[in-house]
Design a protein around this ligand. Structure first.
Ligand SMILES: C[S@@+](CC[C@H](N)C(=O)[O-])C[C@H]1O[C@@H](n2cnc3c(N)ncnc32)[C@H](O)[C@@H]1O
Length: 272
């Protein structure tokens, strides 16, 4: 019979049920789905799926899921906000155990992030829309290109559609009596500037404090694709949802899409 340990191992700390970062992850992120999509892109490009850079990482959920995928996998999570990485150090790294040694948290602007080389760079949840000018977005894409190994892939997401031009509010229950509320104000037609917020409500519409605010430019898909090609990316592929609205999405490479009120797609861009 094993002797009882004289050291008490404390369980890793867990965020409160109303912690806004924990709620964001639950309501918005789907790392398994996105990693599967990335693995497909890397396989197509003939690259190993090992060294990942997660740009605009927030709490580094994706990086953590990546390093949990195998001992050969490393990740660098890049965000300019020190608070999101403080959160990750407190709650994410302890829960990762030994795999935490393969995840680095880097506080930097993504335009000056670590050089790599990386097999893949991910920039999700439309975060590059924080760049309002072509020069700023182009600088980011150029930097990402240089940080990729030959054959490496940058994966981004993008949304659009006629309803995305107008104001819209999406409400979804996320369990524990809480509702996720996404508000998208109408797009300003001259600059394409758009403000969005995420907040969480208890029953009867009582808001939790600490909404997320985004001041974005709604970039169109051809603008983003042209800019990726202009800075030197090759094989820029549009992964379009081929299922009808309301059905579990399935993204496949397409050259043309059907017009819809709202749509979400991915762009996979390669380094030669
Ligand atoms: C919408 S969250 C994305 C969180 C997570 N990656 C996801 O996919 O849901 C955007 C994050 O990007 C960060 N961010 C915005 N502009 C940035 C920049 N220029 N450089 C680095 N991080 C930036 C913000 O601090 C924030 O944590």
């Amino acid at each position: 019979m094993p002797k009882p340990s004289k050291y008490h191992l404390a369980p890793p700390p867990r965020p409160a049920a109303t912690d806004r970062h924990a709620l964001y992850e639950k309501a918005v992120q789907d790392p398994d789905f996105e990693i599967e999509l990335l693995e497909r892109c890397l396989k197509k490009a003939g690259r190993p799926a090992r060294r990942l850079r997660e740009d605009f990482s927030g709490t580094a959920l994706l990086s953590a899921t990546w390093v949990e995928g195998g001992p050969e996998r490393t990740a660098v999570a890049v965000d300019h906000d020190p608070k999101v990485h403080d959160w990750a150090r407190k709650y994410r790294l302890p829960a990762l155990g030994g795999a935490a040694s393969r995840l680095s948290l880097v506080q930097a602007d993504v335009r000056h992030g670590p050089r790599g080389p990386f097999d893949a760079i991910l920039a999700l949840n439309f975060s590059y829309q924080a760049f309002h000018t072509r020069a700023a977005l182009g600088e980011y894409f150029s930097h990402a290109l240089r940080a990729l190994a030959p054959g490496g892939v940058l994966l981004l997401d993008i949304y659009g559609g006629s309803l995305a031009q107008q104001g819209m509010v999406e409400r979804r229950r996320v369990g524990g009596g809480l509702t996720y509320v996404w508000t998208h104000w109408p797009v300003e037609p001259i600059t394409h500037r758009v403000r969005c917020t995420i907040h969480f409500e208890r029953s009867y519409g009582r808001r939790l404090p600490g909404a997320f605010l985004y001041d974005w430019r709604l970039w169109t898909l051809p603008e983003v694709r042209d800019l990726l090609e202009e800075v030197g990316f090759v094989d820029v592929d549009v992964l379009w949802d081929v299922e009808p609205p309301g059905v579990e999405p399935r993204y496949r490479s397409r050259r043309h899409g059907k017009n819809q009120g709202t749509w979400l797609a991915y762009l996979a861009a390669g380094r030669s």
